[in-house]
Design a binder for this molecule. Structure first.
Ligand SMILES: Cc1cc2nc3c(=O)[nH]c(=O)nc-3n(C[C@H](O)[C@H](O)[C@H](O)COP(=O)(O)OP(=O)(O)OC[C@H]3O[C@@H](n4cnc5c(N)ncnc54)[C@H](O)[C@@H]3O)c2cc1C
Length: 304
């Protein structure tokens, strides 16, 4: 989207009334959170979402094994803690349902314009308003714009030399072709980030051979993912005070892990110990002796 900086036009003496106080762009976690809070605070607002459905990341990504790598009690709005997450690290579908439930509960659906891309935003000094042009050619005026467009919402395939000569099927993980039959195929997965870590174990048993191309090896920690027992869900439902407590506990555990990883002297020992249980013996020499940096640490598929 094009954003134009303020210009030096004179300020109008009679202020123009904008269509809305605030225009939120993007209907993922960030945009929906803003919309809910704006509604609660009594602002007039609209949320533009270019897709046909809300959810952002959790609407677009449906690849096999797509799940959260942050425990569900943490990966949810602090003001809308859920008692009945089905497991520690929920799958994509459950997170998307959670977001839909939030939209319904906080009654923001009538303020969401789906299939509406913000194409250009221009700040007009004279009226002191933003004018946002949509894909449909309409203009919406607002005092404030909040950008929640998500840094990862546009898939990038990358440029591989001679890629155009490749005769097989190729797609990005966020554009998964669920109709494609992988049985008996030779498959290559390019990348070893959070998505690949989830996809590879799902794909491996279904294909003839699977080759993973790895530029920078990540550290893989065990993922302590378990289905939530009925008694746990019952406890969280019966004593709601336990939900923020569980969230705080998980928060501080994650912070402690972050601290250990960020301080190499301790972090290497901690992560190396954890990684020993989960690392793939074929990871190769590239991973040996590397410091475990925060960027490269992923909870693996273990425990699913
Ligand atoms: C596959 C995948 C797995 C992930 N897993 C995790 C995880 O386990 N834990 C974690 O913490 N984070 C994870 N992330 C990061 C995740 O992106 C964030 O946690 C979070 O969901 C981002 O929310 P968001 O609202 O900022 O952006 P998004 O969810 O990307 O939403 C942005 C929305 O803006 C819309 N949009 C963009 N431009 C325009 C425009 N011009 N006009 C209108 N609408 C527009 C997009 O269509 C999209 O719906 C993951 C990301 C990906 C891609």
């Amino acid at each position: 989207m094009l954003m134009h900086a303020p210009t030096d036009q004179p300020v109008a003496s009679t202020p123009e009334k904008p269509d809305v106080d605030v225009l939120v762009i993007g209907g993922g976690f960030a945009g929906l959170c803003m919309a809910i809070r704006l509604r609660q605070a009594g602002f007039s607002f609209l949320l533009l979402e270019r897709a046909a459905e809300i959810g952002g990341t959790w609407q677009v990504n449906t690849y096999p094994g797509c799940a959260c790598d942050i425990p569900s009690q943490l990966y949810s709005f602090s003001f809308e803690l859920k008692s009945d997450w089905s497991r520690t690290y929920p799958m994509q579908r459950e997170i998307l349902s959670y977001l839909h439930a939030c939209v319904n509960k906080y009654k923001i659906s009538e303020r969401i314009l789906l299939n509406t891309e913000a194409k250009e935003a221009r700040f007009e000094e004279a009226s002191r308003l933003w004018r946002v042009r949509t894909g449909q050619g309409e203009t919406i005026t607002a005092r404030t714009i909040i950008s929640a467009m998500g840094p990862l919402s546009r898939p990038t395939l990358g440029k591989l030399p001679a890629a155009e000569r490749f005769q097989g099927k190729a797609f990005h993980s966020s554009e998964w072709d669920h109709t494609y039959d992988f049985a008996g195929k030779k498959v290559a997965v390019i990348g070893t980030g959070a998505s690949a870590i989830q996809i590879v174990p799902q794909l491996a048993p279904r294909v003839h051979s699977l080759c993973v191309f790895q530029r920078s090896p990540p550290w893989i920690l065990p993922k302590f993912d378990v289905a939530h027992a009925r008694w746990l869900i019952w406890m969280l439902q019966t004593a709601p005070v336990l939900k923020p407590l569980a969230r705080s506990l998980l928060y501080w555990l994650q912070e402690a892990m972050g601290f250990a990883l960020a301080h190499p002297a301790r972090g290497n020992r901690t992560t190396a110990r954890a990684a020993r249980g989960a690392a793939d013996p074929r990871r190769g020499p590239a991973s040996a002796g590397r410091d475990a940096g925060l960027q490269h640490v992923q909870p693996g598929a273990g425990g699913k």
